[in-house]
Design a protein around this ligand. Structure first.
Ligand code: NDP
Ligand code: PYR
Ligand code: MG
Length: 594
C-alpha cells in the first residue's frame, strides 16, 4: 500500500468533540484530563485490538445486510476504526459497503435507516423537491452540524432514479452516494470529513415505494423534465455558491437525465458523470489490456454491446476515442466496429422507432432490410469478438450464447464483460464464462466474482472487476489537487491509459485485466498523478503549486490531445502526501496535552 499521511491543511477527520469514539484506546491521562474517568472500561488498548474486536463482530453477523448495518454504525461512531478495518480487509468489505450489498441496502434503506447511525450523526443531505428554494438554509444547517471548517470538497449526488440495475428506488438511493464516498476515502484517501453524499428526493415512479408505509422519501411521482432541470439547477447553484471548489459526481440518474445533466453542466462547474465517463474510462482500461491478449489486431474486433443506456453508450464512446487516437483508425471505421442491442434488438437507423438522442450516433446504417430482434439473432449477424453487457438483464449471456460466441472465435480469445450490477443483474458469472469458452475468455464483471480453479488442475484464475471504483476515486483526488476548471474527455482518457499502465508484471503474466483490488490505494495514487499531469498539460489546472510541479517534472512529451497517462515520480510523491489515512495510534488524533 502506498504510504499515506493526513493532509496538513485538512481538519482532522475524527470530530474532536467525540473522543469517546476512541473508547478503550484513550490513555489514562486523557481520560483524566477530559473528565472521562470511570466512563469507559479500564483496559487501555491499541487500535489493532479494537480492530480485531470489530472484525470479530463483523464476521459474526449472519447476513451481508447485517454486516452493512454494522459497518455503517461503526463508520458513524468510530470513523478511524472503520477505515482501518476497511483498508485491512478491502477485498472482503468492498462487496458489503459497495456492490452488491449496497444494492440491497438501498432497496431496504427506509427500513434500516434508523439503525445506520446514531441519531446525532449527519450522514449527508436529503433535499426534497419542495425544498429546493431553501437550499441555502439546508446548507447552513449542514455547516452548523459539522465541526468548524469541515467544508465539503467532494460530493456524490443522485436522485435515485436508476440505482445500479435495480431501477427507480427514489430517496432510498442515498446508499449509493454514501457507498461511493467511502471508496473515495478508502481507495484514494479523500478526507472523509469533506465528503458529502446528497440525495435529491424528487419523488419516485416506483409504486412499491409509494405504497410502502415505511418509505422515507416524498410520496409523489417524479416531476416532468422542465421542473427536474430547474430544481436541480437551484441545488447545484446553491452548492457551488457555498462551496465554489467542490467536485461533483453525478451518479445513477436515469439515462436521459444522466446525459442531460452532463451536457448542461460539464463546462460550467467541476463535475463528471460516473456512469457515463467513469464507466467508459474503467472499461477502456480493461479493454486495452484485453485486446493485447486477444490474438487479433484491434481493428478486427467486432464489438457487440448489450444495453444502450448511459453506461453502454459511455463505454462505447471511450472505446471509439481510443481506437481513433491510439490505433489511428478513422472515426467512421472505428464506429462501424460497434453494434448495440437494446430491449428491441439491434439499434438501426431504419428500425422504425424514434431513437433516444444518445442512441443515434451508434445506430447502424448498413443493415439493409435486416433487423435482429434479440441477442441470439444479433450474435449470428454480428459474429462478435467482444460482448459487453450493460443491460441489467440477469443471465442475458446464457450458456448457449456463451458457447456460440466461443465457437465463433476459434482464433481470437473472446472478450466477455458482463458489467451490470449488482450480482443479481449480471449477464453471467466468471465460472459460466470460463466453462463455456474452454477457459479462453478475457473477462471482467461489474460486481466481483470468485476466483475459478480449472477443474482437475491447480490453475486458479482471478476475474477482473470492471467497475468504475478504479477511476472515480483518483479522478476526485486529482481534481481536488489540480483544481481544473472542468473535467474533459481527454482527462478521462488519460485516466484509462494510466489505469491500464498500473498492472504489475505478475498481473500481466497471469493475463489479468485490472490490478488486484488490494493494490487500489497504490493504483489510485498513480492514476491521480496522471490526471494532475493531464490537467496541467491542457492548461485547465488552477492550482499554481501543481502547475509548477508538473512544469518542472514533465512526465513525457505527450500532448494535451493524445494523453498517454504518464506521470512523474515527483508528482506521484506529492499526491501520496495528500492522501488521508486512518491514524495508527490514538496519539495521532487526540493531543497529549489537553
Ligand atoms: N461496471 C460498472 O462500473 C458499471 C455498471 N453499470 C451497470 O450498467 C447497467 C446499465 O446502466 P445504464 O446504462 O445506466 O442503465 P439503462 O437502464 O439506461 O440501460 C439499460 C439498457 O439495457 C437495455 N435492455 C433492457 N432489456 C434488454 C434486453 N432484454 N436485451 C438487451 N438490452 C436490454 C435497455 O434497452 P432500452 O434502451 O430499449 O430500454 C437499455 O438500453 C446497470 O446494471 C448498472 O449497474 C453502470 C455503471 C457502471
Ligand atoms: C458501478 C456503478 O456506478 C453502477 O453500477 O451504476
Ligand atoms: Mg452508478
Amino acid at each position: 500500500m502506498a504510504p499515506a499521511i493526513k493532509n496538513a491543511e485538512s481538519p482532522s477527520a475524527v470530530p474532536a468533540k467525540k473522543p469517546l469514539s476512541m473508547g478503550t484506546a484513550l490513555p489514562y491521562e486523557t481520560r483524566t484530563a477530559m473528565h472521562l474517568k470511570g466512563l469507559v472500561p479500564s483496559a487501555v488498548e491499541d487500535f489493532s485490538a479494537q480492530e480485531a474486536r470489530a472484525y470479530e463482530q463483523l464476521k459474526n453477523k449472519g447476513t451481508d445486510l447485517e454486516k452493512y448495518i454494522f459497518l455503517s454504525w461503526l463508520r458513524n461512531t468510530n470513523l478511524n476504526l472503520f477505515y482501518r478495518l476497511v483498508l485491512k480487509h478491502l477485498k472482503e468489505i468492498a462487496p458489503i459497503i459497495y456492490t452488491p450489498t449496497v444494492g440491497q441496502a438501498c432497496q431496504e434503506f427506509s427500513h434500516i435507516y434508523p439503525f445506520l447511525a446514531p441519531p446525532t450523526a449527519v450522514d449527508g443531505l436529503y433535499i426534497p423537491l419542495n425544498e429546493v428554494d431553501s437550499i441555502d438554509e439546508i446548507i447552513a444547517n449542514y455547516k452548523a452540524s459539522v465541526p468548524e471548517g469541515c467544508r465539503p470538497e467532494t460530493t456524490v449526488i443522485t436522485d435515485g432514479s436508476r440505482i445500479l440495475g435495480l431501477g427507480d428506488l427514489g430517496m432510498n438511493g442515498m446508499g449509493i452516494p454514501v457507498g461511493k464516498l467511502q471508496l473515495y476515502v478508502a481507495a484514494a484517501g479523500l478526507d472523509p470529513s469533506r465528503c458529502l453524499p446528497i440525495v435529491l428526493d424528487f419523488g419516485t415512479d416506483n409504486p412499491k415505494y409509494l405504497e410502502d408505509p415505511l418509505y422515507l422519501g416524498i410520496r409523489q411521482k417524479r416531476p416532468a423534465d422542465e421542473e427536474f432541470y430547474a430544481a436541480t439547477e437551484k441545488v447545484l447553484n446553491g452548492l457551488t455558491r457555498a462551496f465554489p471548489e467542490i467536485f461533483i459526481q453525478f451518479e445513477d440518474f436515469n439515462t436521459p437525465h444522466a446525459f442531460g445533466l452532463l451536457d448542461k453542466w460539464r463546462d460550467r462547474i467541476l463535475c463528471f458523470n460516473d456512469d457515463i465517463q467513469g464507466t467508459g474510462s474503467v472499461i477502456l482500461a480493461g479493454f486495452i489490456s484485453a485486446i493485447k491478449l486477444a490474438g487479433i489486431p484491434a481493428a478486427d474486433q467486432r464489438i457487440l454491446f448489450v444495453g444502450a443506456g448511459s453506461a453502454g453508450v459511455g463505454v462505447a464512446q471511450q472505446l471509439v476515442d481510443y481506437l481513433v487516437l491510439e490505433h489511428k483508425i478513422p472515426e467512421d471505421k472505428a464506429k462501424a466496429m460497434f453494434w448495440f442491442v437494446d430491449s428491441r434488438g439491434i439499434i438501426t437507423a431504419n428500425r422504425g422507432d424514434k431513437l433516444a438522442d444518445h442512441k443515434v450516433y451508434f445506430a447502424r446504417h448498413d443493415n439493409g432490410d435486416v433487423q435482429c430482434k434479440n441477442l441470439e439473432e444479433a450474435i449470428e449477424y454480428v459474429k462478435p469478438t467482444a460482448m459487453i453487457g450493460l443491460s441489467t438483464i440477469y443471465k442475458a449471456f446464457n450458456e448457449k450464447i456463451l458457447r456460440r460466441v466461443n465457437e465463433l472465435n476459434p482464433v481470437a480469445r473472446p472478450i466477455i464483460f458482463p458489467l451490470s450490477n449488482p450480482k443479481t443483474k449480471a449477464e453471467c458469472t466468471f465460472e459460466e464464462a470460463m466453462r463455456c469458452t474452454d477457459n479462453r475468455v478475457l473477462f471482467a464483471s461489474g460486481t466481483a466474482f470468485p476466483e475459478y480453479t480449472i477443474p482437475g488442475t491447480a490453475d486458479t484464475r482471478v476475474p477482473g472487476q470492471g467497475n468504475n471504483m478504479y477511476v472515480f476515486p483518483p479522478i476526485g483526488l486529482g481534481a481536488k489537487l489540480a483544481k481544473p476548471s472542468k473535467i474533459t474527455d481527454s482527462m478521462i482518457f488519460a485516466v484509462s491509459k494510466a489505469l491500464s499502465n498500473t498492472l504489475s508484471p505478475d498481473e500481466i503474466a497471469r493475463g489479468e485485466l485490472y490490478p488486484r483490488i488490494e493494490r487500489i490505494r497504490e493504483t489510485s495514487a498513480q492514476v491521480a498523478a496522471a490526471f494532475v499531469h493531464q490537467a496541467v498539460r491542457e492548461g485547465l489546472a488552477q492550482d499554481q503549486r501543481w502547475i509548477d510541479l508538473v512544469s518542472a517534472n514533465p512526465a513525457s512529451s505527450a500532448t494535451s490531445e493524445i494523453p498517454d497517462g504518464t506521470y512523474s515520480q515527483a508528482v506521484l510523491d506529492e499526491v501520496v502526501k495528500h492522501m488521508w489515512a486512518p491514524a495508527d495510534s490514538v496519539h495521532q488524533v487526540i493531543p497529549t496535552k489537553l
